[in-house]
Write a protein that binds this ligand. Structure first.
Ligand SMILES: [Zn+2]
Length: 115
């Protein structure tokens, strides 16, 4: 994931590149570990989101970003169902309409996460 806007403190770029095969438990971790979030509805529709874009959406709406709580916030665009199961993976995103986080906000979150 790469945020679009540049940030003055750009020397921190790369500090969140380490992956280590960790399993993310929140949207933030999924984004930090470079995963995407795939939602698979029982109607057959699936969508793959940038984890960082979802994290940013949840951040702005003050929703709990634990992956257990994400499904009830998502609604299938095919059948309207809520509670669609999600998985953190490495598929290429298919949903590009969500804005990516402001890079400075993202870095602040990363440094909180690291401390
Ligand atoms: Zn559906």
């Amino acid at each position: 994931m790469r945020a679009v806007r540049s940030c003055a403190r750009s020397r921190e770029v790369g500090r969140y590149d380490a992956d280590g095969g960790q399993v993310p438990t929140t949207l933030f971790e999924a984004a930090a570990f470079h995963r995407t979030i795939k939602a698979n509805c029982s109607c057959g529709r699936e969508a793959v989101f940038h984890a960082a874009a979802l994290w940013w959406l949840f951040q702005q709406r003050r929703w709990a970003a634990h992956l257990d709580y994400v499904p009830k916030r998502l609604r299938c665009t095919g059948c309207g169902r809520r509670g669609v199961p999600i998985f953190a993976g490495r598929d290429a995103p298919t949903v590009t309409s969500l804005p990516m986080p402001d890079e400075c906000e993202w870095k602040r979150a990363v440094s909180r996460f690291r401390s």
